[in-house]
Design a binder for this molecule. Structure first.
Ligand SMILES: *[C@@H]1O[C@H](CO)[C@@H](O)[C@H](O)[C@H]1NC(C)=O
Ligand SMILES: *[C@@H]1O[C@H](CO)[C@@H](O)[C@H](O)[C@H]1NC(C)=O
Ligand SMILES: *[C@@H]1O[C@H](CO)[C@@H](O)[C@H](O)[C@H]1NC(C)=O
Ligand SMILES: *[C@@H]1O[C@H](CO)[C@@H](O)[C@H](O)[C@H]1NC(C)=O
Ligand SMILES: *[C@@H]1O[C@H](CO)[C@@H](O)[C@H](O)[C@H]1NC(C)=O
Ligand SMILES: *[C@@H]1O[C@H](CO)[C@@H](O)[C@H](O)[C@H]1NC(C)=O
Ligand SMILES: *[C@@H]1O[C@H](CO)[C@@H](O)[C@H](O)[C@H]1NC(C)=O
Ligand SMILES: *[C@@H]1O[C@H](CO)[C@@H](O)[C@H](O)[C@H]1NC(C)=O
Ligand SMILES: *[C@@H]1O[C@H](CO)[C@@H](O)[C@H](O)[C@H]1NC(C)=O
Length: 691
């Protein structure tokens, strides 16, 4: 099989070999006869068929073109002799080439120094439109001789230039070349760039003087180029003043495309407002300003309304913001805009015609949410080679988006919002996304993303090369997606159940713990609650330390009302002049009962509890008892303010633990219920309450 293919190939190619020299290749495309004798180390020009139209002799070792070498090639249209060793042309070298339109002599050794160009050597080339003779002569003599003055048809000239004292104006001989539209330099050295430089080339539309060494720029160098469309001044070591001087010309001269790539090596800023002011009337459409050292470009005024393409790639930009009313392409790759664009937009207002934005290689970790808002025509966004981990920006408004290049980032997965936005756009446009070389995760937490990817796999370019981190940390290829989704589904259901169990387990223990704590500190909590409430709710006179409204708060169950009225009030209040707080009498009507209790306890020096079985059973009595306990602990520095009177015999086992503790501390007295004992009883109580 291989053998057959091989012989076939040899046959087809061998049939192309030219009969006059089997190293050359001859072929015919739509009546045009091509002869290609490139790179075969020939030193002389072969005898060629007179039907040849396009002849390629480049990359050979030809030194001399002798008289009459091409004299029978009257149908030749293009001749490429570039990259040879040409040192001499004879007067009759181009005899017969009356139809030649394009002649390339680039990269040879032709120089007037060794009289390479006899005067009139180009004479026979009556139809020549395009002459490329650049990279021959560092002294650039050809440009200032009469050798090419009669090439009236010439439209495009590429030539070496050296504005030396021997040749003051490069274009001395160009005044008859009224058809010349394009001028490009090879070796190039200008002492001055001035209004004389292009004086005689008034019809130029294209000027490329890139890589020239230019010592001085004078005013008005381009002011008479009323046809100018493109100016290439790349790779020149200009300073800002040179640029200002050049751009100043475009107040009166039209220009559509200005190329100044690596023109300003060490300049960090330009007078941007002036710069764009000069270009406002010029009709400028494209600005290439890459590879300079601009750091900061924020301008008050909008970009020129005609500007469509703006290239500021390969600078050091850390800030960039413009109003760009009609811009269509913005190229900002290879800058340092990451930090700025995290919280700012690059466009100040709506960019209604913007179609293409390149922000690759910018160390972007996050983009401002609204960065692409008001870009109704945006088709391509290149965010490759950044450090994005998700899509933080809103692109739900980008109805025309066709290409979102997110390759070489650190994206783990898309959030649900991003997924919905993408699905929505993809419905109405042919959106494609490049997600190659990211940190995609194939795990349970990204399962919805992987599943969504399967459903939308046609959106992703080169999806068969994507890789993701599997749950066990090994990296797998993501394609085909379906088995991955199935396996994730299997592994993650158990995982989901496990997560659910653990979560509810944790929640349950939290409830139990909080409940337990609340129960343990229930009295303290209630006390703090009521104290805080009373502080905010009621006006209370600030009591001096140790001064209380009441001497004692009597806590009793309603069944002991008789004992209260017949014994306590007469004995303590009437006889001893003590001030008691009795709930029936002293509580503020309208106030919450629990609040009243807390206030009463707080405003009384002591709290006396009349303990009976019904006291122990009463909710409010026990509330009063416990609140008094809390008061003694939290407001009275641990001083005991509780005093218990046992009206009935109660077994210790019937008492709550905290009450038993008080009994053990002797803070209680039993009611004797006989004449003599009562006297002692009331004395004891009085003593307790007064101290
Ligand atoms: C001519 O041949 C050279 C070398 O074989 C090749 O590189 C070049 O592409 C060919 N050019 C044309 C126009 O066929
Ligand atoms: C031409 O010469 C160079 C250098 O001597 C050699 O490398 C190359 O192979 C030669 N090409 C042909 C087609 O003979
Ligand atoms: C070139 O050759 C032609 C005849 O083939 C002759 O008439 C002419 O003088 C020669 N010119 C030079 C410069 O040798
Ligand atoms: C051009 O010709 C000169 C003089 O013969 C020679 O010194 C020089 O090396 C040649 N240059 C090239 C690039 O062949
Ligand atoms: C331009 O052409 C005219 C008429 O053909 C001629 O007189 C004049 O010398 C030419 N100028 C140059 C610089 O060759
Ligand atoms: C401008 O000049 C640079 C450097 O010579 C070159 O690489 C680029 O292709 C030129 N651009 C145009 C549009 O001619
Ligand atoms: C950015 O992405 C676009 C579209 O995918 C591509 O055409 C362009 O070459 C990329 N730019 C760079 C600098 O890689
Ligand atoms: C995305 O950008 C990268 C790097 O700039 C490039 O290599 C790739 O071709 C682009 N993808 C597409 C689909 O254009
Ligand atoms: C991780 O899981 C994949 C897929 O189940 C398996 O092919 C691979 O061998 C595992 N790697 C390790 C290190 O366990």
């Amino acid at each position: 099989m291989l053998l057959i293919l091989n012989t076939l190939f040899v046959q087809t190619t061998s049939s192309l070999r030219c009969h006059f020299d089997r190293q050359c290749i001859c072929y015919n495309i739509i009546e045009v006869q091509y002869v290609n004798c490139s790179k075969i180390n020939i030193t002389t020009i072969p005898i060629l068929p007179s039907t040849t139209n396009i002849l390629n002799l480049n990359f050979n070792l030809i030194v001399l073109i002798s008289n009459g070498s091409f004299k029978n090639l009257k149908h030749l249209l293009e001749l490429d002799l570039s990259w040879n060793k040409l040192k001499r042309l004879e007067l009759g070298s181009f005899t017969g080439l009356s139809n030649l339109q394009k002649l390339k002599l680039e990269h040879n050794n032709l120089s007037l120094k060794w009289k390479s160009f006899p005067l009139g050597v180009f004479g026979p080339l009556k139809s020549l439109r395009h002459l490329n003779a650049k990279y021959n002569d560092r002294d650039g003599f050809l440009a200032c001789t009469n050798v090419i003055t009669n090439l009236k048809q010439l439209e495009k000239l590429e030539i070496d230039v050296d504005e030396s004292p021997d040749c003051p104006n490069i274009d001395k001989g160009f005044s008859n070349l009224t058809n010349l539209k394009s001028f490009r330099t090879g070796y190039c050295d200008f002492t001055y760039l001035s209004s004389y430089t292009f004086e005689n080339m008034k019809y130029l539309q294209f000027i490329d003087i890139s890589r020239c060494s230019i010592s001085e720029v004078h005013d008005g160098s381009f002011q008479d180029q009323k046809q100018l469309k493109v100016l290439n001044i790349s790779h020149i070591n200009f300073d800002i003043y040179d640029i200002s001087t050049i751009v100043e010309n475009f107040r009166s001269t039209p220009i559509q495309k200005l190329i100044m790539t690596r023109t300003l090596r060490d300049t960090v800023s330009l007078a941007w407002d002036d710069f764009f002011n000069c270009l406002k009337q010029s009709g400028i459409k494209e600005l290439q300003m890459g590879g300079n050292s601009f750091v900061y470009v924020i301008v008050k005024y909008p970009l020129p309304p005609t500007l469509e393409i703006f290239d500021l790639s390969y600078n050091n930009l850390n800030k960039f913001q413009f109003e760009m009313p009609n811009l269509m392409q913005l190229k900002l790759q290879n800058n340092g805009l990451g930090k700025f664009l995290a919280s700012n937009r690059y466009s100040k207002q709506s960019s209604k015609r913007l179609e293409y934005v390149d922000l690759s290689f910018n160390v972007i970790h996050k983009l401002h949410f609204t960065i692409f808002h008001d870009h109704p025509k945006l088709k391509t966004i290149n965010l490759s080679y950044n450090i994005l981990t998700d899509i933080s920006f809103d692109f739900s408004t980008l109805r025309s988006l066709e290409m979102l290049n997110l390759s070489h980032n650190k994206i783990l997965a898309f959030s649900e919002e991003s997924r919905n936005a993408i699905s929505n756009i993809a419905k109405s446009s042919s959106l494609k996304i490049d997600l190659s070389k990211n940190n995609l995760q194939c795990g349970c937490n990204t399962f919805p993303f992987i599943q969504w990817m399967l459903e939308n796999r046609y959106i992703f370019i080169g999806i068969d090369t994507y890789r993701c981190n599997w749950m066990n940390n090994s990296v797998i290829t993501i394609f085909p997606l379906r088995p991955i989704v199935l396996q994730l589904e299997k592994e993650c259901t158990s995982y989901t159940v496990l997560i659910a169990c653990i979560t509810s387990g944790i929640a349950l223990s939290c409830v139990v713990l909080v409940g337990g704590l609340a129960y343990r500190y229930r009295w303290r909590l209630r006390y703090v609650y009521h104290m805080t409430r009373s502080k905010y709710k009621r006006y209370r006179p600030i009591l001096d330390e140790g001064h209380y409204t009441y001497d004692a708060f009597i806590s009793y169950s309603d069944e002991e009302q008789e004992f209260l009225l017949k014994d306590i009030i007469p004995n303590l209040e009437q006889k001893e002049n003590l001030k008691l707080c009795i709930h029936q009498r002293d509580f503020l009507p309208g106030e919450d009962i629990t609040q009243n209790i807390t206030n009463a306890i707080h405003e009384s020096k002591k709290t006396v509890c009349i303990i009976t079985r019904s006291f122990l059973d009463s909710y409010y009595c026990m509330f009063e008892f416990n609140m008094a306990r809390m008061e003694s602990i939290y407001s009275r520095g641990g001083q005991n303010i509780l005093f218990l009177i046992f009206l009935e015999q109660i077994r210790p086992s019937e008492l709550p633990l905290v009450m038993l503790e008080l009994v053990q501390k002797q803070s209680y007295i039993e009611y004797p219920n006989d004449e003599q004992g009562n006297v002692v009883f009331w004395d004891k109580i009085k003593e307790t309450l007064i101290t």
